[in-house]
Design a protein around this ligand. Structure first.
Ligand SMILES: *[C@@H]1O[C@H](CO)[C@@H](O)[C@H](O)[C@H]1NC(C)=O
Ligand SMILES: *[C@@H]1O[C@H](CO)[C@@H](O)[C@H](O)[C@H]1NC(C)=O
Ligand SMILES: *[C@@H]1O[C@H](CO)[C@@H](O)[C@H](O)[C@H]1NC(C)=O
Ligand SMILES: *[C@@H]1O[C@H](CO)[C@@H](O)[C@H](O)[C@H]1NC(C)=O
Length: 286
């Protein structure tokens, strides 16, 4: 197990070392992240999810000290201790939605582990409203949303020991002019706490979730049962229509993964590890 973990960690390092902040997103990049988001259980309306669907218009690149987050990868508490830089990369067909008058809300939320849901709901690790930023001109469409009001300062992931691999997601929402922050989340310096992403979105009249990036952090050995999500088959995601069917099959596999409380999911961890190694090897050979 530890050999597999270190191989996966090594691969993650190789991938992140190679990964750069992209200049544009392709339709298949957006389809892939949408399928991964569903497959990770985040769209679920139970407290294992956020109850909000991703309508991906951009890739979110989350740059920590170790490199860029690879969606679905596991990181150590120390790797995500310091606040990252978050980059937004639209595609040529969505770039016009990111203008100098656009506003965004950015949050980092914890949806707990699939095998050990948090009955109190999601947990807020960061929240900023009224961020601004327009898609770049020329060939590089990437921008860093900034100049907003930080409601909850970055509180680094630190899951309770034994509660399994917690799923953390950076979520970028479109913030329309009708947005109104709830009175208890309208000023700077609100401590991190439990909240429900979907309740926040509906009560504040926030817009669509337009970009997301996610990873897991685990503390100690799970005492409960842990469910794993299946890998997303990128081969089926080369066209938008294939993406739609992959996304819906992803939804059912995430649901069955959540329903299956397989104690000791070492076999699926090995499968996930081999898939990552295959991707890593490919990236290294290209
Ligand atoms: C695109 O711009 C971003 C932000 O300015 C930069 O970090 C990134 O390296 C650029 N990407 C490419 C591929 O040039
Ligand atoms: C933030 O504000 C400064 C001026 O205060 C401006 O120059 C910059 O373009 C703004 N950044 C974004 C991303 O809107
Ligand atoms: C804000 O108020 C709502 C509604 O009363 C409550 O559910 C929520 O927990 C409060 N949030 C914070 C951060 O205090
Ligand atoms: C979040 O939703 C769960 C049900 O999924 C509920 O039990 C809990 O009270 C909610 N938490 C907050 C802080 O609103």
């Amino acid at each position: 197990m530890s050999r597999i973990s270190s191989l996966v960690a090594l691969t993650a390092f190789s991938l992140s070392a190679l990964a750069q902040v992209p200049a544009t997103a392709t339709a298949s990049d957006l389809a892939l992240v949408s399928a991964q988001y569903i497959n990770s259980g985040f769209a679920s309306t139970s407290n294992t999810g956020f109850g909000v669907s991703l309508k991906a218009e951009a890739i979110l690149t989350v740059e920590y000290g170790f490199g860029n987050v690879v969606n679905g990868m596991a990181y150590d508490v120390t790797q995500v201790a310091a606040q990252p830089t978050v980059y937004v990369t639209p595609s040529t067909s969505t770039a016009s939605d990111f203008t100098s008058s656009s506003l965004y809300t950015l949050t980092l939320a914890d949806a707990a582990s699939l095998g050990d849901p948090d009955t109190a709901g999601n947990y807020r690790h960061y929240l900023a409203n009224s961020l601004t930023g327009a898609s770049g001109s020329g060939s590089n469409l990437t921008f860093v949303p900034s100049n907003g009001t930080v409601i909850t300062n970055y509180a680094s992931p630190g899951p309770i020991a034994g509660t399994g691999p917690h799923r953390y997601a950076w979520l970028l929402f479109a913030q329309p002019s009708t947005f109104a922050a709830p009175s208890n989340l309208s000023t700077t310096g609100v401590s991190p706490s439990h909240w429900n992403v979907s309740s926040y979105v509906s009560s504040s009249h926030l817009g669509d979730l337009i970009a997301a990036s996610f990873f897991t952090v685990e503390n100690g050995t799970p005492t409960g049962s842990v469910a794993s999500t299946a890998a997303v088959n990128t081969a089926t995601l080369s066209t938008a229509s294939a993406a739609a069917s992959a996304a819906s099959s992803g939804a059912s596999s995430a649901a069955s993964a959540a329903a299956t409380t397989a104690k000791g999911s070492d076999a699926s961890a090995v499968r996930a590890g081999s898939a990552l190694l295959a991707v890593g090897a490919l990236a290294l050979f290209l």
